[in-house]
Design a protein around this ligand. Sequence first.
Ligand code: C2E
Ligand code: MG
Ligand code: MG
Ligand code: MG
Length: 293
Amino acid sequence: EAKATGKNTFSVYKEEMGKHLSARLQMEKHLRNAINQDELYLVYQPKINLFSGQVIGVEALLRWRNPKLGLVPPNVFIRIAEESRMIIPISEWVIENTIRQLQAWQGTEYQNLSIAVNISSNQFSHEDFIHDLARQLDGANLPRRLLEVELTESTVMTNADENIKRLQLLRHKGFDLAVDDFGTGYSSLSYLKRFPLTILKIDKSFIDGVPNDDEDMSISQAIVQLAHSLDIKVVAEGIETHAQLEFLQELGCEFGQGYFISRPLEIADLNKWLQQHGKNFYQSETYLDYLAD
Ligand code: C2E
Ligand code: MG
Ligand code: MG
Ligand code: MG
């Protein structure tokens, strides 16, 4: 009896494993064609100065829409791309398209907007990454500060000693450097002091707790104070409510992004959004109407 159950459980398990594996292989196969088939695109989420309301830039976020699979979340396909080395051509595609967008803004009133790009750890540890990036911006006649590099806390903390040199080179070449999802990893404070960062991004999970969760609010406050004591500026991600925006302002958090300000937008919608809010988010009709209600 027990043996039979065991065998059944195992064959069910094997079947589930098979399904899981083939779904994954399917996805991997489709992903291999995503660039050629024009299935990738970028959306851009505006970022503002929380004190002045000035729109300072956007974060580029990758999207993959496949006819069979639909819209696959980046948290799913980026991991597969990383495990299968496809992350290199995909990342190149992201950077090329980001540079093209920066170029499109040159000579317009939006030419000072920066674009933050998420760089995966495989990409970052690639030997030529930093030199290639510098060469690409120079080749496009763009100031390097317009492309901001976002690395997650776990990327910079893995091989932290080695990474310090690479981070220094990146900064030396004139790039801004943000640590993403800060607070979710295991940063040692002594490393934080040695990393040449320009920006810490407080993870959305802490912002979610504002204004009801005292611990999340204390953590947010601690992150802002820590960053400022090291001369690093702070971006809060995932601001969904006005109460969260006000709380962060009071903490002295310089920058913010989130659905309350804008969702990530396809380029045509971003250009419309910029026309309506680009001068100053706090003086936009959307925001003033919100306050009036
Ligand atoms: P991330 O860099 O931390 O990006 C923030 C995520 O939060 C984005 O999810 C964004 O759409 C979402 N978000 C922003 N504001 C709000 C808000 O107010 N509420 C809620 N609920 N969500 C908000 P997304 O676009 O699904 O990206 C997830 C992650 O995938 C990113 O996290 C980043 O780690 C990774 N990713 C996205 N694009 C790229 C890329 O081009 N390259 C690499 N290597 N990773 C990428
Ligand atoms: Mg990011
Ligand atoms: Mg983040
Ligand atoms: Mg995140």
